[in-house]
Design a protein around this ligand. Structure first.
Ligand code: EPU
Length: 417
């Protein structure tokens, strides 16, 4: 076990290059199962969640080779082997195995997902979609057993615009008979990325990125090569870290449009944000204004940047209000920030954050983005060492975090516990 040690007080300076998106990668890898020949994924992030997914696919008989940022997946010998336990339990996104195996074989038995459990995260909309396509879904001692003789296209209205349900239904419907229409679909860029891969494999999916997605089922899907979009949440985390340390950082290999909600909020606070074609420069200022932020579904402010933003708002003058309308109680970072001297109170779905100075403390990352928030908080503290436990959560979503921060001049290191 390791912990992260952070001595702050230095403005971040330099360039950081962003890797491929975690939340795309962990949907694209299971999507590759639907092909009948090799799929090559480029720009893959080096993350523990990706390694777990490679292990899951190998367990089903896929040939997986992963070198640097490229993964080759040959699914020609894959079988729908029941996976009630094992690596599927380590990942939230193992639910994509349900859509992929149901779409390919009409049969899947997958243990209910693990992952970052900052609050109960139901998958009723995924199941509703599978059932609408004609599958039966039975919970067998904590594993979902899906079965269908023949999936048939239909119209599915999602009660919540869920990223996971939208992608899972696309996976199951890509080879279903006839047309499927998903209404109130989620619009996150990762959904477009999955549709792009599936279309390169021979699927017919239109409207990804809008609230109505139309899928015309096809009989076979073939191999292809696909490059994963940049990780907007990783990029946003470095933008926030640069602002919090009043640094000057070029965030490279990004799609600035994916970060518009964050850019607008940073500018409102008084941070200078310069957008180029594939990069963003953040120049911190001496004084930041308090602001209100509402985390919403895309293109709103991302819930995954809500915790890192909390740390930045401790550096603003006055009281900011940060509300999360995606998750009702994603505030496990708050008590830890309070340990560091932050003045924050949670009221329902909102955190009220009074600006002030933080101090070094021993803290615990309870989930991935809470971990990122604590690293950013530690980077603002002059003197003392902030010790962050729960590094395994951070490793799930941040490729080379320590190396990247050190290259930007931060004093951050890992220490064995
Ligand atoms: N929801 C339901 N029923 C469902 C599905 C979702 O009620 O069947 C609710 C959830 O409880 C939540 C809301 O709908 O309140 C949105 O959930 P969504 O399904 O969109 O989230 P997800 O697909 O489980 C993905 C990301 C999360 C990210 C959310 C929102 C992956 C593997 N995870 O989760 O990422 O927070 O979308 O953008 O793609 C992270 O990266 O740290 C992370 C948690």
């Amino acid at each position: 076990m390791e912990k992260l040690m952070v001595t702050g007080g230095r403005p971040l300076q330099g360039t950081v290059t962003i890797s491929g998106a975690k939340n795309s990668a962990i949907a694209l890898i299971p999507a590759a199962l639907l092909a009948d020949s090799e799929v090559i994924l480029d720009n893959l992030p080096l993350l523990s969640d990706v390694a777990v997914y490679a292990e899951i696919l190998e367990g089903l008989g896929a040939r997986v080779s992963w070198e640097g940022s490229q993964m080759r997946i040959d699914p020609s010998n894959v079988k729908s082997i029941p996976m009630p336990n094992g690596p599927v339990k380590k990942l939230r996104a193992s639910y994509y195995m349900m859509g992929a195996l149901l779409g390919k074989f009409g049969e899947a038995l997958i243990g209910l997902p693990g992952g970052c459990n900052f609050e109960p995260r139901p998958i009723d909309q995924h199941i509703k979609g599978f059932e609408a396509l004609g599958a039966t879904a039975v919970n067998e001692h904590g594993a979902i057993h899906l079965h269908s003789e023949e999936l048939r296209g239909t119209k599915i209205y999602l009660d919540v615009a869920s990223v996971g349900a939208t992608i899972n239904i696309m996976l199951a419907a890509a080879k279903a008979k006839g047309s499927t229409i998903i209404e109130n679909a989620a619009k996150e860029p990762e959904i477009i990325d999955v549709a792009t891969l599936l279309n390169s494999m021979g699927a017919s999916i239109k409207g990804a990125g809008t609230e109505t997605i139309r899928i015309e089922g096809v009989q076979t899907l073939h191999g292809c090569r696909h490059s994963i979009i940049p990780d907007r949440i990783q990029a946003g985390t470095y933008m926030i870290a640069a602002a919090a340390t009043r640094g000057n950082v070029l965030i490279d290999s990004v799609i600035p449009k994916h970060l518009e909600a964050l850019t607008a909020k940073l500018q409102e606070m008084g941070v200078t944000v310069e957008e180029m074609d594939e990069s963003i420069r953040i120049i911190g200022g001496p004084d930041y204004q308090h602001i209100d932020v509402k985390a919403l579904v895309y293109p709103g402010f991302p819930t995954d940047l809500q915790s890192p933003m909390t740390s930045l708002l401790t550096q603003a003058n006055g009281a900011s209000v940060l509300s999360d309308f995606v998750y009702s109680n994603r505030f496990k970072h708050v008590p830890e920030l309070v340990r560091m001297g932050a003045k924050i109170r949670v009221e329902g779905r909102s955190a009220v954050i009074e600006g002030g100075t933080l101090n070094a403390a021993k803290v615990q990352a309870a989930d991935l983005r809470a971990g990122a928030a604590l690293v950013i908080a530690g980077l603002t503290v002059e003197g003392g060492v902030t010790e962050i436990e729960g590094v395994e959560y951070i490793d799930r979503g941040y490729d080379n975090l320590v190396t990247n921060l050190r290259n930007l001049g931060a004093n951050v290191w890992r220490q064995t516990i």
